[in-house]
Design a protein around this ligand. Structure first.
Ligand code: ATP
Ligand code: MG
Length: 380
């Protein structure tokens, strides 16, 4: 068993840290609070929610629903996947609640099927059949409000709702949510700016309705001993300084560091040492593996945008990208062309900006680009 889990659910003994955050969420939920969970990509928001859901006190007292909105593009899809998540949870938790739910879904219930073997309802609805999502949404919330236990609903990648063609989804959701006393929410998102604006701007419907919880990288003082412990338990050697170098290279990005140690753990047998050269080789392999996807992305990007992307990658954190110095240093065309390119790259989420400084949010992609510019570059 590899203790550095990168796909699927993480058993509690392999889940690193997040004690304070999970305590805050679990006790907040018990107190009837809702949360907005924010962090850059791949720091561990989704896993943290799942970890809280798996907490005994939560599991027993609540119905928990988790909806990933990343791939949704409209209110119809939002409602469809929400309905499906509620259906699936109730299916496995309470036949009584499930049948109340199905009866309550008047707008679509004629289209839900029944399994002839078990005579249980099945969520056989097609997305296209969700033709009055506003009604269905109301019915779902009504069911949760009257459930025989309190409910926790997580909308993951909540920033997506801002991209739906329908206007005022925020206000629509808020109008439902503010009347619910039996349901707590976790709104989780990785576009810090978009999501925090929804919850922090006094002009917006969600203002002041939830506590904001910003997730930071797991501290090196917790992560490094975690790695050392799991290597040593398997009889494999690794130096704290080398673990620390990997941590620093990725700025503590949870996915990246877990990915490296997952592969490195497999690369050495019990009794062997995971030396810095093993870690270097692991990093090269990981970059190469990720490279297939990155090359496809790059092949779709026009030259000027690509030049800007390389420039930002090589700076790491690029300031004044429309300024004369930056343009000259990287032989870019002009300030207006940089502006246009930056807007496109930002829209594709390949670059991000924070207080006027631009960077590549996917750390692995940044390293990949730096390696392209200088194939001999050693990161560790
Ligand atoms: N507490 C943890 N202990 C061990 N590994 C973790 C932990 N949290 C996250 N991970 C690892 O990091 C990866 C990313 O976590 P997760 O998917 O929860 O991040 P996220 O913030 O939801 O990312 P995204 O922005 O892409 O949705 C997971 O696949 C898992 O391998
Ligand atoms: Mg996630």
């Amino acid at each position: 068993m590899n203790p550095f889990i990168i796909t699927g659910s993480i058993p509690r003994e392999y889940f690193c840290d997040r004690q304070e955050e999970s305590r805050r969420i679990v006790s907040g939920i018990a107190g009837g609070n809702s949360f907005c969970l924010l962090s850059p990509r791949r720091l561990g928001k989704s896993k943290l929610v799942k970890y809280c859901y798996a907490d005994e006190s939560v599991k027993q007292a609540y119905y928990t629903f988790y909806i990933d909105l990343l791939h949704t593009k409209s209110l119809r899809e939002f409602t469809f996947y929400f309905g499906q998540a509620v259906f699936n949870e109730l299916y496995s938790r309470s036949k009584k609640m499930l049948s109340a739910f199905v009866r309550g879904l008047k707008s679509i219930n004629a289209r839900l099927g029944f399994d002839p073997m078990t005579s249980m309802p099945v969520f056989s609805l097609e997305l296209g059949e969700m033709d009055r999502p506003e009604y269905t949404l109301e019915e779902i919330f009504t069911c949760l409000e009257h459930a025989d236990r309190p409910c926790v609903v997580t909308f993951d990648e909540f920033q997506q709702i801002g991209k739906y063609p329908e206007r005022n989804i925020e206000a629509l959701l808020r109008s439902h949510i503010q009347h619910l006393s039996n349901v707590r929410f976790i709104f989780s998102g990785s576009e810090y700016h978009t999501v925090s604006q929804m919850f922090l701007s006094s002009a917006r419907p969600f203002y002041n309705s939830v506590s904001i919880l910003e997730l930071h990288p797991i501290k090196p003082s917790v992560y490094i001993p975690f790695v050392l412990k799991h290597f040593s338990e398997a009889g494999k050697k690794i130096l704290p300084g080398d673990v620390s170098s990997v941590y620093d290279l990725f700025g503590g990005n949870t996915y990246c560091i877990q990915k490296i140690f997952h592969e490195a753990f497999d690369a050495v047998s019990a009794g062997e040492e995971c030396s810095i050269s093993v870690l270097r080789q692991t990093l090269d392999d990981v970059l190469e593996e990720a490279g297939t996807g990155y090359r496809m992305i790059l092949s779709e990007i026009p030259t000027r945008q690509k030049e800007l992307l390389y420039a930002i990658a090589s700076e790491g954190l690029a300031e004044k990208i429309m300024g004369e110095n930056f343009i000259r240093k990287y032989s870019l065309v002009s300030s207006s062309s940089v502006q246009t390119s930056a807007a496109r790259l930002k829209k594709m989420e390949l670059i991000a900006a924070n207080e006027g400084k631009y960077y590549i949010p996917d750390v692995l992609f940044r390293l990949y680009l730096q390696r392209l510019a200088d194939p001999t570059k050693n990161f560790l």
